[in-house]
Design a protein around this ligand. Structure first.
Ligand SMILES: [Zn+2]
Ligand SMILES: [Zn+2]
Length: 369
């Protein structure tokens, strides 16, 4: 055939080159996806500036596309056909371990390079490994038999489906990890795509009070948080966030604190603990800190607070997220603010990292733009 696939390859820190790869042969048990949208998140910003290895990598781990060709067995096993729009999780699970059977592919050791040097993960795996197309910043992506595929509902556009990953994380962290439900007060720190998705998850779950924090730069995002259902927003540069939380909760504090600051250090963790006056609350944190000197263990124990770690999403969270998008109950298309083409990967990642474009919420890379 000799057909070539164009991809944006990270070749060094903060460096991208357009390269061509051979169109892979699709066997009975594999498929090829034509990439429509690769969503970009804070993880991309970190991986772009400080890659895990020197290998060339096609980034893009939040991928939506159309099944362009699929082998017979792949179609049977996966329940999707040529022409279907799908969301592919970035973990390529072993499908044999307990975690995979539970739909918790994020915990499968096979997807983690610390345990398995041959781990396959879209957006992370070396492009030197045949058939090379292991990331969404490319016209096509290769799907082996064990790719984790979700069918996108017919009424959800590719661009809207592009926010399924933050929405899945919202459901996983707020509902499954923190157990947010009817009548809860929730503090969501950070009004980016992740924080806004948590607003929707908490609102849908029946939270009675949703408080979102951000900086002065986040004015547009804070407005959107209110549109999506936040009851109060706090500019942490203008006001004392703890005072404000106590003020708007009538001194009762919150039941749950969700850190969506993408690793802003100890401040959101400490605010989460202090904002909890009642007993037995939950704080969900993101592990970017290697160490946490003077961690207030005593305060934590006195309030009987549980700490949970935000780490990706389960299969079920993705399915619920797709259902949320399909319901059109919230104007989630307001999150999809910026799109870029393959030659603009650098601009796109910088936009997510707060450089260049203004009022960025969710950024999509469209390989065919
Ligand atoms: Zn991501
Ligand atoms: Zn597994």
């Amino acid at each position: 055939m000799g057909e070539q696939v164009l991809a944006a390859v990270r070749t060094a820190p903060s460096t991208t080159e357009l390269r061509e790869f051979p169109m892979p042969d699709i066997g009975d048990d594999s498929a090829l996806m034509k990439v429509e949208v690769a969503g970009i998140c804070g993880t991309d910003v970190k991986l772009y500036g400080a890659p895990r290895s020197d290998d060339p990598v096609i980034m893009g781990h939040e991928n939506i596309g159309i099944i362009a060709s699929a082998g017979r067995q792949f179609t049977e096993w996966q329940g999707v056909r040529e022409g279907d729009r799908v969301f592919v999780e970035h973990y390529v699970g072993c499908r044999k371990c307990e975690w995979c059977h539970k739909g918790e592919y994020r915990h499968c050791f096979s997807t983690d390079w610390r345990y398995n040097p041959d781990a396959r993960r879209y957006g992370y795996t070396s492009a030197e490994l045949a058939p090379h197309l292991w990331g969404g910043f490319a016209q096509y992506m290769y799907l082996p038999w064990n790719a984790v595929v979700h069918k996108v509902p017919d009424n959800v556009s590719a661009e809207l489906a592009g926010i399924v990953t933050p929405m899945s994380n919202g459901i996983e962290w707020a509902l499954f990890d923190a157990g947010v439900g009817y009548g809860d007060s929730v503090l969501i720190q950070g009004p980016g795509q992740q924080g806004l998705s948590q607003v929707v998850a908490c609102k849908q779950a029946g939270a009675s009070q949703i408080i979102v924090t951000g900086t002065s730069r986040d004015a547009a995002r804070m407005e959107l948080a209110k549109t999506l259902g936040a009851d109060s927003v706090i500019d942490v540069q203008r006001d004392d966030p703890l005072e404000q939380v106590m003020d708007v909760t009538g001194g009762r504090g919150v039941d749950v604190s969700l850190d969506c600051t993408s690793g802003a250090g100890p401040i959101p963790v400490l605010l989460g603990i202090d904002a909890m006056k009642r007993r037995a609350g939950v704080i969900v944190i993101q592990g970017e800190l290697a160490a946490f000197p003077d961690f207030p263990v005593k305060k934590l124990t006195e309030k009987a607070i549980t700490i949970k770690s935000a780490r990706g999403h389960s299969y079920r969270a993705c399915e619920l997220a797709l259902g949320q998008l399909s319901s059109k109950r919230f104007p989630l298309d307001l999150l999809t603010t910026h799109t870029f083409g393959l030659p603009e990967v650098d601009l796109a990642i910088n936009a997510v990292g707060g450089k260049g474009e203004q009022d960025v919420i969710h950024v999509s890379l469209l390989p065919w733009k």
